[in-house]
Design a protein around this ligand. Structure first.
Ligand code: F6P
Length: 331
């Protein structure tokens, strides 16, 4: 048992969309916990796994050879039932029966909200590790998986640029982010995109005239290809609408490429591995030091535990500055 707290056993789960680096975080949680003499339990498929008692004891070798792999060995799910207080009570009772004293939740803002309520209602200590490709959690500059997802999309757009330029074509490339602009903005800047369409423009104020003017300006100065990065947004089909209107209104032909879930997979980048390792360590260290409800946040180059309450909102990364930057550099 830990000297400072009564914590003997900690459960760890992943929840929501998976993100590259989750395995590194699990590894860090398990190895730090085992190193301190704690019992660490892996909970499969997120909050759903608590309800189904899908819980396994982990040791140092359970997390061997996973640091480089995308996805999550614990699997994940979006457990909508967890919005119900009665379900959370049931989950708490199961954890109590299994003698799990605290929980590490690796996931996004939805998962953090569920975990926060579980703590508020039943007092179980919670550590949140920000894990989502969307980079949209308030209180942390980066979430585990974002860097890898951006790199994956950038590599894909580079390839599209090769063929776009060979054939003198315009491409609309859809990246992930239903509500988050972060991937679109970063990929747009890093690939020299001529236009970036953000979910916030979903889509009443979508300015096709401006997009066509930008393409034509490029053509006039000798550019033969254009890339438009579009965040998927909440309403599917945006790319097709833009494609259709560019053709019908401005006689401009555009091809579509939807990158989709490839952005969620793949080996985590070194930044994601580093962040996840640091966050996993700090999650356990802070729980045994007596912190009760926090997230491991990366702010100005440092990972520190900060109150989970401040990390429940979606961070809206609508930074006109990035959009402006991409525009200014792609004239
Ligand atoms: O996990 C975040 C995310 O990948 C978003 O970028 C995307 O909008 C959403 O999840 C897709 O979720 P699902 O895989 O459940 O369709």
């Amino acid at each position: 048992m830990n000297e400072k707290t009564k914590i003997k056993s900690i459960g760890v789960l992943c929840s929501g969309g998976d993100s590259p680096g989750m395995n590194c975080a699990i590894r860090a949680v398990v190895r730090t916990g085992v190193g301190l003499g704690l019992n660490i339990y892996g909970i499969r498929r997120g909050f759903q796994g608590i309800l189904e008692g899908d819980i396994v004891k982990m040791d140092a070798s359970s997390v061997g050879n996973i640091i480089q792999h995308g996805g999550t060995i614990l699997k994940t799910s979006r457990c909508l039932d967890f919005y119900d207080p009665a379900t959370r009570k049931e989950a708490f009772n199961i954890l109590k029966r299994k003698k799990i004293d605290a929980l590490v939740v690796i996931g996004g803002d939805g998962s953090f909200n569920g975990a926060y309520r579980l703590h508020e209602e039943h007092g179980i200590p919670i550590a949140g590790i920000p894990g989502t490709i969307d980079n949209d959690i308030t209180g942390t500059d980066y979430t585990v998986g974002f860097d890898t997802a951006v790199q994956t999309a950038v590599e894909a757009v580079d390839k599209i640029r090769d063929t776009a330029s060979s054939h003198a074509r315009t491409f609309i490339v859809e990246v992930m982010g239903r509500q988050s602009s972060a991937i679109a903005l970063h990929v747009g800047v890093c690939t020299g995109a001529e236009n970036i369409i953000l979910p916030s423009k979903d889509r009443q104020d979508l300015n096709i005239e401006q997009i066509s003017a930008d393409i034509n300006r490029g053509i006039a100065r000798g550019k033969n290809s254009s890339i438009i990065i579009a965040a998927e947004g909440e309403t599917p089909g945006l790319c097709h609408r833009v494609q259709k209107e560019l053709m019908s209104e401005y006689n401009l032909q555009a091809h579509i490429c939807i990158l989709g879930h490839i952005q969620r997979g793949g080996n985590p980048s070194s930044l994601d591995r580093f962040l996840a390792s640091r966050m996993g360590y700090i999650a356990i260290d802070s729980l045994v030091s007596g912190l009760k409800c926090f997230a491991t946040c990366f702010i100005q180059g440092e990972v520190n535990p900060t109150p989970l309450e401040g990390c429940l909102e979606k961070r809206v990364e609508y930074r006109p500055y990035y959009e402006e930057l991409a525009k200014k550099l792609s004239i």
